[in-house]
Design a protein around this ligand. Structure first.
Ligand code: FPP
Ligand code: MG
Length: 335
């Protein structure tokens, strides 16, 4: 069975990456998609329904793209790169399914979440399945080092998630703590994607540089995701405006806004969950402080840092340009 890439992956910014990288990247992404479909369909009808729905909901497949670009797509060990790309995406999907259970989220990417459609038990099991298959995929490469890299990223994700739970509703979260949390819960998987690519290329030496590039891109991605949560609207984000505020998640826009608007500092977040009108007006007040522009600036600075960190590798233009374009794609998604 041939699986096609989700429509979202054909967004113009990703199309530019595909054009710059050449047809081999598209071919590898198609193979990854086929692999993901096979995995989703191989563990019983109920799990297939939930896992396939998660797959079909799309996403830009940024992490698989990073695996291929850092693995020097087309000229390396294609089979192992596809396994690594599928593993990283499966882990990412597992975290989203579990995150939606924890957040009691109703919508993701404009569709009902697994927890909304099938309940907590089905969503927990679906996330577990995706998580376990991620490691099965990666073990097919025969590389203990690769499994170790993904395991470290998973542990970081969990630590980041626990930190976020510990910080829920808190009026005292600092920008530094927020950034540490983002490094753990988001940047670590972007970093692992780049490291895995480097590991399966013929030249694993730049793994540290590429890993750092991925981590900076991931940090920018999370900050912009948090900006968009406050900015909305639902038609653009596929989830309710202010969803983070509704579940007590204190993000950079709120942290910066609190420093500027003393009244906001005193606002009690609890209670917004039962009053969507209040979370809407809270989003407006955060935006009015200019915090969204400042948070976006910080994200852009991480994107620039990511791109200039690649200078150390002296890559030929054909390899460098697609990597720069992936970093730009993270920003353009929010333009
Ligand atoms: C989405 O971020 C969630 C994450 C990046 C990580 C979630 C991690 C866990 C649930 C724990 C680890 C789970 C496994 C399976 C290892 P977000 O909540 O900021 O974004 P959203 O607005 O898209 O929900
Ligand atoms: Mg969430």
């Amino acid at each position: 069975m041939s699986a096609s890439r989700p429509a979202a992956a054909a967004g113009s910014e990703i199309a530019a990456v595909l054009a710059a990288a050449g047809p081999e990247l598209g071919h590898q992404l198609d193979r990854t998609e086929e692999r993901l479909s096979q995995v989703a369909g191989s563990h019983g009808a109920t799990l297939a329904r939930h896992a396939s729905g998660t797959l079909a909901a799309g996403g830009k497949r940024l992490r698989p793209i990073l695996v291929f670009l850092c693995g020097h797509v087309g000229s390396r060990d294609g089979e192992r790169l596809v396994a690594a790309a599928a593993a990283v995406e499966l882990l990412h999907m597992a975290t989203l399914v579990h995150d939606d259970v924890l957040d009691r989220a109703a919508l993701r990417r404009g569709r009902p979440t697994v927890v909304a459609a099938g309940g907590r038990a089905a969503a927990t099991a679906t996330g577990d399945l995706l998580f376990s298959r991620a490691f099965a995929e990666l073990s097919s490469t025969g590389s203990g080092e690769a499994v170790q890299a993904l395991s470290s990223a998973s542990s970081a994700l969990v630590r980041g998630e626990l930190m976020q739970r510990a910080d829920a509703w808190s009026p005292e979260v600092t920008p530094e703590r927020y950034l540490e949390r983002c490094e753990l819960k988001t940047a670590s998987l972007f970093e692992a994607a780049c490291r895995l690519g480097a590991l399966f290329s013929s030249d694993p030496a730049p793994a540290d540089v590429l890993g750092r590039f991925g981590a900076r891109v991931g940090l920018a991605f999370q900050i912009l995701d948090d900006v968009l949560d406050v900015e909305g609207p639902t038609a653009r984000t596929g989830k309710p405006r202010g969803a983070d505020l509704l579940d007590g998640t204190v993000t950079l826009p709120l942290i910066l806004a609190r420093g500027r608007d003393p009244d906001l500092g005193a606002v009690e977040l609890r209670g917004t969950a039962t009053d969507p009108g209040r979370s809407e007006s809270l989003c407006e007040r955060i935006a009015a402080t200019g915090a969204l522009e400042d948070a976006r600036e910080q994200a852009l600075a991480y994107v620039s840092e990511a791109k200039s960190s690649l200078d150390a590798l002296g890559l030929p233009e054909a390899r460098r340009r697609p990597l720069d374009l992936v970093a730009d794609a993270v920003v353009e998604r929010y333009a």
